[in-house]
Ligand binder design. Structure first.
Ligand SMILES: [Zn+2]
Length: 96
């Protein structure tokens, strides 16, 4: 989802006469900040996390194969947690 779509989507959630509550505005700002900070949105990284972990477990050079994912994991704690959890699960699966 690009930024323009995101803004339209959020705007459409409020009728024109409805006053924006502080909470809603703050939430909106937080989303914008997140989009600006990250090169790739978390949803995109999540979608490729399986592939990334598989590659890593097979000894592939993931930093070279999927640099965007690697970069994102380095700066996004949410995705990094997800990645570590996935890695742990797959490592255990491989042991069997
Ligand atoms: Zn993320």
């Amino acid at each position: 989802m690009n930024l323009k779509e995101l803004i339209l989507k959020i705007r459409n959630r409020f009728s024109p006469h409805e006053e924006l509550r502080d909470e809603a505005v703050l939430g909106f700002l937080r989303v914008l900040e997140k989009v600006r900070e990250e090169e790739a949105p978390c949803s995109e990284i999540f979608a490729r996390l399986d592939e990334y972990v598989e590659n890593e477990l097979h000894g592939q050079d993931t930093a070279r194969l999927m640099p965007l994912v690697k970069e994102h994991l380095d700066m996004c704690s949410d995705c990094c947690e997800e990645y570590e959890a996935l890695l742990e699960v797959l490592e255990k699966t491989d042991e069997k």
